[in-house]
Design a protein around this ligand. Structure first.
Ligand code: SF4
Length: 239
């Protein structure tokens, strides 16, 4: 099967979800921990039928489906089948995306309950993270955020903090005018990385990451930190 279904209680906050990892991505983040998913394979009607059967058989155990990858919006016509099935059965739908597909986001937005979008670096500094990216990253991501926020769909933005690739000022810069409901800084993990040289980078200390978040100059209502040592921690929340 070209879609890897996995059950998780961590990918949709507070819910048990079936996570569908679809193949293909138009970025090549040096730290990508799913490099096996980067090859864009076509999804067949067998893939669709197998997933629909998986959802059908496990309907009683799950609250949500999570469309993840890779970049699920590269297969927007296929994921529409899963969204339709989920909605017919009162399941929640979360999309994990790199934010580079505003038109496809618009096509499925009305059925989304939660979007988690990666903001890899300040929008004019994607060269720090990926050797491949569209030259209008800033325009695409800004448009995607506006579409989601203007339609009141819950938006979490996330950044993986990789030492040597990013610095604290990058996090300050990228969050300063960011529109979203929640921002999560994720600790870089060095176990599996697309660029093998990153496996020699140390995982950043959670205390150092916490300090970055405590000093942010932004208006985002909820700020969180995700680390191996402490899990998903609330750092700041405004009423
Ligand atoms: S956006 Fe980056 S981290 Fe995510 S799948 Fe694509 S290359 Fe990997």
């Amino acid at each position: 099967m070209n879609i890897q279904p996995t059950y998780s209680s961590l990918d949709y906050p507070g819910k048990m979800a079936l996570v569908l990892f679809t193949p293909g991505c138009n970025l090549r983040c040096k730290y990508c921990h799913n490099p096996q998913l980067l090859k864009n394979q076509e999804l067949t009607k067998w893939d669709i039928e197998e997933i629909e059967e998986e959802v059908e058989n496990n309907m009683d155990f799950i609250d949500a489906i999570v469309l993840s990858g890779g970049e699920p919006l590269l297969h927007v016509d296929v994921i529409k089948n899963f969204i339709k099935q989920a909605k017919q059965n009162d399941l929640l739908v979360k999309l994990d995306t790199n934010g580079l597909h505003p038109e496809e986001t618009k096509e499925i937005l009305k059925d989304l309950d939660y979007v988690a979008m990666d903001i890899k670096a300040p929008l004019n500094k994607y060269y720090k993270i990926s050797d491949m990216y569209p030259n209008n990253v800033e325009e695409l991501i800004t448009e995607t955020i506006d579409i989601i926020m203007d339609n009141n769909v819950y938006l979490e933005c996330r950044t993986t903090y990789v030492p040597k690739l990013l610095d604290p000022e990058d996090i300050n810069e990228l969050t300063r005018n960011l529109r979203c409901d929640r921002y999560t800084l994720q600790q870089f993990r060095n176990r599996v990385t697309l660029d093998a040289s990153l496996s020699t980078y140390e995982e950043p200390n959670p205390e150092f990451l916490r300090e970055i978040l405590e000093n942010l100059e932004c208006q985002i209502p909820e700020i969180r930190l995700k680390s191996r040592q402490f899990g998903n921690q609330l750092i700041k929340k405004s009423n």
